[in-house]
Design a protein around this ligand. Structure first.
Ligand code: NAD
Length: 489
């Protein structure tokens, strides 16, 4: 058993009183990295009490002072980027280059949140009536909670945390119990910035901690990222308790390839989208809809690339794809590939039963391609969350867009083409919140919202950028009359 992880509450590393623990496992080597406590509701309450007490002081700290800690954090994250990336690869399985890319995205959000003094400004109108002025002020909410999934242990808490605290809130982070190590390092770095105790707290655990967050009277807002059933549950329970909630859910991202697309470029980009991070991105391409002649050109090219992708331990040189997160994930993905075959698809490239030399016990699934997937089949609708690309063929872009818009999810939809008119039509009609045109992973930069739609998002205000500032502040409107007694009106 590895070291037992601690919680970080009110500026102290505290041993959890949990009776249950889970092993944190490196999915490539299956080595046990640590033991994570499944903390209790009482421990979450301690964090909430500390965060609430700190809020009284933190909200009075000028925004210009609050962001100084974020500037320091940005410098520390840069300095420790390689260590953080190694930790992500060890606990989550993605390649070192992917882990570094993930941390760059995290840092980008810190940079954007450093602009809070400008971003959280209100507005005003003089003389809404003679001698009367009206002002809108943005104020922080209080204690907020962040619940993260396993697939981006370094980045996803940063879609929320820098904005929450820059706006004057305090927060509690619950990382995924499968990948809790990266946030341990982040907390150590936050402590080095001199950030006052209680502004950011960390409580490890699972559903017990989440439920305690959703029910806690001191917690005003909840930011969640994870699967759709849990997102829906978190959203409804938070709302029933009068909290704000922004809940990002699962996805089944379709990509249209038109016959006029640059096939070499499309194939390269699509391979990274479908198989990068072993398909465990919420913006991974899951379905390729080939139109007309693209059926032949794209299918042959993507099959070649899938077969030749170098799979292995993400810390080893030259590896292009790592394992999936757990043995359960591996067997679930393999089961879904079989389901596709049972439903009539051809397994054009089969990544099941993969054994990687030196890592024979690792949870590997090689890139897989299912051809002639029936749009009405279950596999066409189910989020696989593994390196599996389903191919479907259609005759027109209209049919392809109609198929996309009939789906349950709306996280991302992409189009590969050299036609501006087709691109505009797609951008206009596709029902998804993140659109890529000749892009395979349309991940919004930190100064844009991460705009999932339909069952990929429950709420109104998304993470990142201006919407994060709106989410983490409440508006107060002041109407004022100040009589000027020295003047005759
Ligand atoms: P998950 O839903 O299993 O877990 C997410 C978080 O919720 C974890 O912290 C977990 O401890 C907690 N949790 C799990 N079950 C719970 C329950 N019954 N009640 C309360 N809390 C619970 O998700 P995951 O497997 O960690 O992550 C993968 C999923 O996340 C995929 O569906 C993926 O598409 C999605 N995701 C979405 C986005 C997005 O931006 N939309 C980004 C990343 C991941």
């Amino acid at each position: 058993m590895g070291a037992v992880l601690r919680n970080y509450i009110n500026g102290e590393w505290v041993a959890s009183s949990a009776t249950e623990h889970l092993n944190v496992i490196n999915p490539a080597t299956t080595a046990v990295l640590a033991s994570v406590p499944l903390s209790s509701a009482a421990e979450l309450d301690q964090a909430a009490q500390a965060a609430a007490a700190t809020f009284a002081i933190w909200r009075r700290t000028p925004a210009t002072d609050r962001i100084q800690y974020l500037f320091k954090l940005k410098a520390l994250l840069e300095e420790h980027l390689d260590d953080l990336a190694r930790t992500i690869t060890q606990e989550c399985g993605k390649t070192l280059a992917e882990s570094k890319g993930e941390m760059r995205r995290a840092i980008e959000n810190v940079e954007v949140a450093c602009g809070i003094p400008l971003m959280m400004q209100g507005y005003n109108s003089e003389d809404i009536a003679r001698g009367i002025d009206e002002i809108m002020i943005r104020q922080p909410l209080g204690v907020t909670a962040i619940i993260a999934p396993f697939n981006f242990p370094g980045m996803i808490p940063f879609w929320f945390m820098p904005y929450a605290i820059a706006c004057g809130n305090t927060t509690i982070i619950k990382p995924s119990e499968r990948v809790p190590l990266t946030m341990q390092t982040v907390m150590h770095l936050l402590a080095q910035t001199g950030l006052p105790a209680g502004v950011v707290n960390l409580v490890n655990g699972n559903k017990t901690v989440v439920d305690a967050m959703l029910d806690h009277p001191l917690i005003r807002a909840v930011s969640f990222v994870g699967s759709t059933p849990v997102a829906r549950y978190v959203y409804s329970r938070a709302a029933a308790n009068g909290k704000r909630a922004q809940c990002q859910g699962g996805a089944k991202n379709p990509v249209i390839v038109l016959p006029d697309a640059d096939i070499a470029m499309t194939t390269r980009i699509m391979a990274d989208s479908a198989f990068g991070c072993a398909g465990q991105r919420c913006l991974a391409a899951s379905i390729a809809l080939t139109v007309g002649e693209a059926r032949h050109t794209f299918t042959d090219a993507i099959a070649d690339v899938a077969r030749s992708r170098v799979v292995g331990y993400g810390l080893d040189d030259g590896v292009q794809m790592g394992p999936v997160i757990t043995a359960q994930s591996q067997s679930r993905i393999e089961g879904l590939i079989q389901k596709g075959a049972d439903e009539g698809a051809t397994v054009l490239v089969d990544g099941r039963q993969s054994k990687i030399p030196s890592y024979e016990q690792g949870y590997f699934v090689r890139p897989t391609i299912l051809q002639n997937v029936d749009p009405a089949s279950e596999i066409a609708r189910t989020e696989i969350f593994g390196p599996v690309l389903s191919l479907m063929h259609l005759e027109t872009i209209d049919e392809a867009i109609a198929l996309i818009n009939s789906g349950q999810y709306g996280n991302m939809a992409c189009l590969f083409t050299s036609s501006g008119a087709a691109a505009r039509k797609f951008r206009y009609e596709a029902e998804a919140g993140n659109i890529g045109i000749n892009i395979g992973v349309a991940a919004p930069m930190a100064f844009f919202p991460f705009s999932g739609w339909k069952d990929s998002f429950f709420g109104d205000l998304h993470g990142q950028g201006h919407q994060a500032v709106e989410f983490f502040t409440q508006t107060k409107v002041v109407v004022e009359r100040w009589q000027d007694w020295s003047r005759q009106f």
